[in-house]
Design a protein around this ligand. Structure first.
Ligand code: AN7
Length: 368
């Protein structure tokens, strides 16, 4: 039978590397195959060859769609009726969308008052049952684990291994696009599923001879929410990057393993550096990232400025120079997810009469 013309997405593209069979109903929104955008300005600044994997262009606006097509397809195969997740916002948006497409119910547990506006709207518009927990993401995930014990709900957080399987496909795409793995890969780390997934993907393609090397992984956390950087869970994580406001990452071991096996390290960036990087990326490269997704850019600036000057971290990929190195940063989520936080870049617009002269005057005032 001919495939329908829209039969694409990560399961279709990478079926042979994923735990699916003919019995798996593929629930897809054509996620994945996101652009790997060369960044001339970051390359010029660092002396490397820098690329941005723009995962904000997935169907629900974040990388979570890669894992969710797998988790929901497997849940459908297993006959689940209701899926459940805890989320800082992007997982819940993806779960709600893919569950809607599968005809399943979806319940999401969110930290009350700490979800970006766009993500909150997504959960509702896709038809999820939204519960706001008086607590943080870590409390919500604890409740999900507890509620999952009865088998009443299919859990689609990244403690579900199918999520990691789907997300590893981003590493496959990067290798196929560059012709090999990069030298350094930088990404934000919250619950740590994605760093675990990328590392799995890079290793699998290396073992298959599809790449000749493995990248050093640089995991970036917000300074106020940095359990992996400090090596201990945090009770009250706090950051403007609400996506990665997580004190007890579920994939703790996976993250430690990825960083140590790859010879990389964890890095932290201040909220002020995150917001500056968000503005820089949008105004210099035309890419609007949500705050968590700007953290890798902030880390690239920080590490580049410190290269050769610090002895704090002997395994730091920037211990040597980035000259000539191929560097990939994952832009994990779209900036439009969180317009309120981006208001730091917004000033009151100049209002003028509707004449060309008034507009010209206003523009010259703006540019003076
Ligand atoms: C934009 O949606 O945890 O280290 O519940 O939304 O794999 O958790 C989101 C995480 C980075 C961190 N960038 O990835 C959730 C959630 C964005 C994110 C991360 C998240 P992980």
């Amino acid at each position: 039978m001919n495939k329908p013309f829209n039969d694409c997405g990560v399961i279709s593209r990478y079926r042979e590397f994923l735990p699916v069979s003919d019995a798996t109903p593929v629930i897809s929104l054509s996620e994945g195959s996101t652009p790997l955008i060369h960044s001339p300005k970051l390359s010029a600044i660092t002396g490397g060859e820098v690329y941005l994997k723009y995962e904000g262009l997935n169907p629900t606006g974040s990388f979570k769609d890669r894992g969710m097509t797998m988790a929901i397809s497997k849940a459908a195969e297993e006959g689940a009726h209701t899926v459940l997740c805890a989320s800082t916002g992007n997982t819940s948006a993806a779960a709600a969308a893919y569950a809607a497409r599968a005809g399943m119910k979806c319940a999401v547990l969110l930290p009350a008052g700490r979800i970006a506006g766009g993500k909150m709207v997504q959960a509702y518009i896709y038809g999820a049952s939204v519960i706001a927990i008086r607590g943080n993401f870590d409390d919500a995930l604890r409740l999900v684990r507890e509620l999952g014990e009865t088998g009443e709900y299919a859990i689609v957080n990244s403690i579900n291994p199918y999520r990691i399987e789907g997300q590893k496909t981003a590493a496959f795409e990067i290798i196929e696009e560059l012709g090999d793995a990069p030298d350094i890969h930088i990404l934000p780390v919250g619950n740590a599923g994605n760093v675990t997934a990328y590392w799995k993907g890079y290793k699998e393609f290396k073992n298959l001879g599809r790449s000749s090397k493995l990248p050093k992984m640089l995991g970036v956390q917000a300074a106020g929410s940095a359990p992996l950087y400090h090596g201990a869970p945090m009770e009250n994580p706090e950051t403007v990057a609400t996506a990665i406001r997580i004190g007890r990452p579920a994939s703790w071991d996976g993250a430690i393993n990825a960083i140590s096996e790859s010879g990389g390290c964890f890095e932290i960036v201040e909220d002020s550096e995150i917001l500056a990087a968000q503005k820089w990326l949008a105004s210099h490269e035309g890419i609007f990232a949500e705050p968590a997704s700007a953290a890798p850019v902030a880390a690239l600036f920080k590490c580049h400025n410190q290269a050769g000057k610090t002895t704090r971290c002997t395994t730091c990929p920037f211990g040597q120079t980035t000259q000539g190195a191929k560097v990939v940063l994952t832009v994990t989520g779209h900036g439009l997810k969180d317009p309120d936080t981006a208001k730091h870049a917004v000033t009151e617009p100049i209002e003028t009469d509707a004449t060309a002269e008034a507009v010209r005057n206003a523009l010259s005032r703006l540019n003076s």
